[in-house]
Write a protein that binds this ligand. Structure first.
Ligand code: FA5
Length: 343
């Protein structure tokens, strides 16, 4: 009995060792483990025979089976480690990276010239103590018109053709609505700018878009007068154009300012001789402005007998056009990257 068992055990061990040595991967190795050491494995079967042996043979046979079991386990462990290092060697071979090869240049996007000029203006005005505020594109009729002294039947509503939403709100037609939001939230004295996108339901041409950018400016304090307004307008233009540009100030009508002005800039596309951008007039409307109308102050709960202020609404697209000599406002939204890449 013992001799047969010895023999069987030996051949089981030999067969296990040779199969383990031939295993090509971790999966195969595991199958071999199950075949020999699993619940119904060949080594396990030998162990089960222990109980059937006469007591005097059990000790020796038990030790031999254990030895065989340990032998198979060791072989599996050793082959497992070998396979693992072969796998890493293979990976290193296949996924080899030459870290000295120069990288692909990363293509960097850049800012649209309107954003660039907006950030410059924000720097100029924050250095003069102005806050930068923001507001939503969809506005209430109250903030965009009524609070600005433009009631529903006022003819000035025709000056800004409006995109209405189905629920009675609108796409803001100018940045002046942000004056209202700011004055409702803050107490004077205050100085702020509010840049942003605005929308008008109108036909486009070389100097008109239906989506364009403005920057509102507002300063409320005691004793603010037209001379304060002119000082800040001049500073603005000098900082942006880095030279003296020819301007003219003429009366302008906006219900939310009194007096109101139009500040025009000598057309820098044609030098004043006349072109489609300035509609052959030699001048481009750039910076409407004025002293805040007392009704507007009252609408937001500020006492006009104590505080006065100025406001302006700068057309950012036209400012960029003047600075870079862009001859058609429609380039901005054309989606042509060759246009933006020039700045
Ligand atoms: C206004 O929008 C007033 N809210 C400005 C204002 C603010 C006046 C504060 C007084 C006090 P206006 O509609 O003129 O005004 O537009 C202001 C500027 O936006 C214009 O001078 C022009 O530069 C620009 N602009 C107006 N309409 C268009 C358009 N369709 N396309 C491109 N730019 C435009």
């Amino acid at each position: 009995m013992s001799a047969i068992s010895d023999q069987t055990l030996k051949s089981v061990l030999e067969s296990a060792i040779s199969r383990v040595a031939e295993a090509r991967d971790a999966k195969e190795l595991d199958e071999i483990r199950v075949a020999f050491l699993g619940k119904k494995g060949l080594v396990t079967e030998q162990m089960k025979r222990l109980g059937t042996l006469p007591p005097e043979e059990r000790k020796t046979f038990g030790a031999q089976v254990n030895e065989a079991k340990n032998g198979v386990e060791d072989a599996i462990k050793k082959r497992g480690a070998e396979l693992e290092s072969l796998r890493y060697a293979d990976l290193a071979e296949k996924e080899w990276i030459d870290v000295t090869v120069p990288g692909e240049p990363v293509k960097r996007g850049h800012l649209n010239p309107i954003s660039q000029i907006q950030y410059e203006l924000e720097d100029i005005f924050t250095s003069l103590g102005f806050a930068v505020v923001d507001g939503p594109h969809v506005e209430t009729e109250f903030n965009n018109f009524e609070a600005l002294n433009i009631p529903a039947d006022h003819p000035a509503r025709d000056m800004q053709d409006t995109f209405w939403t189905e629920d009675g709100n609108l796409l803001r037609t100018h940045t002046s609505c942000m004056q209202i939001r700011a004055m409702q939230r803050m107490k004077p004295p205050m100085r702020l700018i509010a840049p942003g996108r605005v929308f008008r339901y109108e036909a486009t041409d070389a100097s008109h878009e239906n989506t364009f950018y403005q920057m509102e400016g507002l300063m409320i304090d005691r004793n603010i007068s037209v001379s304060n307004l002119i000082h800040f307008m001049k500073t603005l233009l000098r900082e942006i154009f880095k030279r003296d540009v020819k301007i003219r100030l003429r009366p302008g009508y906006f219900p939310f300012v009194e007096p109101g002005f139009e500040l025009d800039i000598n057309c820098l596309i044609c030098g004043g001789s006349g072109c489609p951008v300035c509609k052959q007039s030699g001048w481009v409307e750039l910076l409407p402005c004025g002293l805040v109308h007392p009704n507007v102050l009252k609408n937001v709960g500020i006492d006009p007998s104590e505080f006065t202020g100025f406001a302006f609404g700068l057309g950012l697209n036209r400012l960029v056009m003047m600075r870079y000599g862009i001859d058609d406002i429609r380039h901005f939204l054309s989606g042509d990257v060759r246009f933006v890449e020039q700045f």
